[in-house]
Design a protein around this ligand. Structure first.
Ligand code: A2P
Length: 325
């Protein structure tokens, strides 16, 4: 597997990126520093993570002292669900660029196909009963067209989408092909159908939660009582790791790469950060690939089902058929 995915126009997106969700500012700045040392050049954030400024600061320590050139970096952020209206796209895009302290983005993604009401200063607006303030009037195609138009400014090199389903991806492709599709993919939720569909459409996939996003799984388990198996301790994963003298995380990530996907593992620990990008000097056999493929639990393996956004499933563009309870 190559270390890059070559995008339209020849830009290279590193196949391993650094995920930044759920890290506090100080922890994140140190982690980004460790990631740059380890060789990461692809960084993934979102307006909704509220850490763009911290990521920007950490990156500037490097670009400012020419340890890394801006053009060697691949920076991704996302339009928040409260910005899913065509007229709001430029405003949210500008705020992200400003907070990141960048002159251009490498990739701008629509974070979700569903939308919250636009409430200035509140990225997750809620009603008094705890449910989300849902914007039911979303015109997905109009939002996408507005995102595509951003490219004319020269301040974003590629636009793509996240968390859409196959039907939505196909609809978006009829306007303009997204430069990538970022979705949850891991050993228990392999998304075979979606991967095949995106391959057919020629849209590269970036896998989020490639290690099973333990923090989110734990939070959901505490709320719903549902059990989320730990990917890293699955016997199949452990025995393959042992056979290669690698860690379970490396096996899971290498598996994702050998499936042809990119991945954005998140870690705040320097040792694990380094581990998660040290994947190019070993390979899984066909038999091992088949053993890992057999771990798929289909829709039951989904972790990020957005059930934490109470009431969001009523949105007409809610991407998943049902919650996986
Ligand atoms: P930590 O930040 O302490 O390393 P995902 O990328 O699927 O969201 O998973 C992130 C979770 O996996 C975090 O809890 C992270 O913890 C943990 N993690 C990341 N890399 C490794 C690794 N190499 N080995 C074990 N756990 C890891």
């Amino acid at each position: 597997s190559s270390e890059y995915i070559v995008l339209k126009g020849g830009d290279k997106m590193p196949r391993i990126g650094f995920g930044t969700w759920q890290a506090s500012d100080e922890v994140l700045e140190n982690a980004v520093d460790a990631a740059l040392v380890a060789g990461y050049r692809h960084f993934d954030t979102a307006r909704a993570y509220e850490n763009e400024a911290a990521l920007g600061r950490a990156l500037r320590r490097w670009t400012g002292s020419s340890l890394a050139k801006r053009k060697e970096l691949f920076i991704v952020t996302k339009l928040p669900p409260g910005g899913n209206r065509p007229e709001l796209v430029p405003e949210y895009f500008n705020s992200s660029l400003k907070d990141l302290g960048l002159e251009y983005l490498d990739m701008y993604l629509m974070h979700t196909p569903f939308a919250f009401e636009h409430v200035p200063g509140d990225l997750h607006p809620k009603n008094s009963d705890g449910s989300m303030k849902v914007d039911f009037t979303t015109d997905l195609i109009a939002v996408w067209k507005s995102m595509c138009k951003l490219k004319e400014s020269g301040r974003v090199r590629h636009v793509g989408v996240s968390n859409v389903n196959e039907e939505q991806l196909t609809r978006l492709c009829s306007v303009q092909k997204p430069a990538c599709l970022q979705i949850e993919v891991h050993a228990l939720f392999q998304q075979n159908h979606m991967v095949a569909a995106a391959n057919k459409l020629g849209v590269p996939i970036v896998a989020y939660s490639p290690l099973g996003s333990k923090a989110l799984a734990d939070a959901l388990a505490a709320k719903t009582g549902r059990e989320y198996p730990d990917l890293l301790t699955l016997p199949t994963v452990q025995s393959i790791a042992q056979a290669h003298g690698r860690t379970p995380a490396q096996v899971l990530l290498r598996y994702t790469l050998q499936r042809g996907l990119a991945a954005i593992p998140k870690s705040t620990n320097p040792r694990r950060i380094k581990q998660n990008i040290s994947l190019w000097d070993f390979a899984l056999s066909q038999t091992e690939m088949a053993e890992l493929a057999a771990l798929d639990r289909g829709e039951h393996g989904r972790i990020c089902d957005f059930s934490f956004f109470v009431g969001i499933e009523k949105h007409p563009e809610f991407p998943f058929k049902k919650y996986t309870k």
